[in-house]
Design a protein around this ligand. Structure first.
Ligand code: BT5
Length: 264
């Protein structure tokens, strides 16, 4: 199911994914990557054909039809202050988007904070976890990307909201998606740690259709709505409220929005 030779051929990295663990089934590749970081070191990646407890953000789940989607987690040691870790999920989302473009899905776009959508349907999602370890701060970047799924491979509740590379006309295999995401991630990862974060944020912003549109965002502190202005230096979303004041949303989910900026 996973063509390792094809993966190696396409992998253009020095570090990320040079050690790859391939599992038939697991609870969550993010958990495996935390363990693999201790045993195999920085840059180790884990993929699985099946996840029995695949995680989304905020306690949500991630569905993986066995063998049809990419469940990939990569473990990295942080080179930056942990307080600047907010840009990591954005780097991961942008890398996944670039991989989708390279695999032929040009219509893919970003949705804050890190979904990859095609015409409003979700192609991929990102779950980043940052922890203190005895050897310093580290992150596990988990990426779920739908690759081979047909509409029927998704559970009924996702059929109208999810898409896959195959459904968008790409003939990419799992190995292509894995190599593509890791190869796109490595330079963005380096940039997020030691390079020009402003350039990374600008590249992210250029791929998101939100700007100037009205959004409602659910946050841990309640809902907030306004016109999307920009990302701040930490990757947080800046909204202009009806009062004219600006507010910064660090974490949350865009639950409604209209192109054009008018309130419905
Ligand atoms: C995410 O969460 O989008 C992050 C998903 C990360 C999954 C990867 S797989 C490898 C690694 N190991 C893990 O255990 N996790 C990571 P969030 O933004 O919270 O979105 C979750 C929501 O997306 C769900 O509540 C569903 O509505 C929807 N969803 C679930 N599975 C989906 C799928 N395969 N395709 C599209 N949408 C899906």
């Amino acid at each position: 199911m996973f063509d390792a030779a094809r993966f190696r051929e396409r992998l253009a990295t020095h570090r990320l994914g040079q050690h790859l663990v391939v599992r038939a089934t697991t609870e969550s590749t993010n958990d495996d990557a935390w363990i693999a970081l201790g045993t195999m070191g920085d840059g180790v990646a884990v993929i699985a054909f099946e996840q029995t407890r695949g995680r989304g953000r905020a306690g949500r789940g991630w569905h993986l039809a066995p063998g049809q989607g990419l469940a990939l987690s990569v473990a990295v040691r942080l080179g930056c202050d942990v307080r600047q870790a907010g840009v990591i999920p954005l780097a991961a989302g942008l890398a996944t988007l670039r991989a989708a473009h390279a695999l032929g899905v040009q219509a893919a776009r970003l949705k804050w904070p890190n979904d990859v959508l095609v015409h409003g349907r979700k192609l991929a999602g990102v779950l980043c976890e940052v922890r203190h370890t005895p050897r310093g701060d580290a992150a596990v970047i988990g990426i779920g990307m739908n690759v081979l799924q047909t509409r029927e491979d998704f559970p009924p509740e996702l059929r109208d909201t999810a898409t896959s590379l195959a459904l968008e006309g790409s003939d990419a295999q799992l190995a292509d998606a894995a190599a593509g995401v890791l190869s796109a991630l490595e330079p963005l990862w380096v940039e997020s740690q030691e390079g020009d974060r402003a350039a990374l944020l600008a590249a992210w912003s250029a791929q998101a259709p939100h700007w100037g549109t009205w959004l409602r965002v659910r946050t841990p502190a309640g809902e907030v709505e306004g016109i999307a202005q920009r990302l701040d230096a930490d990757g947080a979303l800046v909204l202009r409220l009806a009062s004219g004041a600006e507010t910064t949303v660090l974490a949350g989910d865009v639950v409604a929005g209209t192109p054009g900026g008018e309130q419905p």
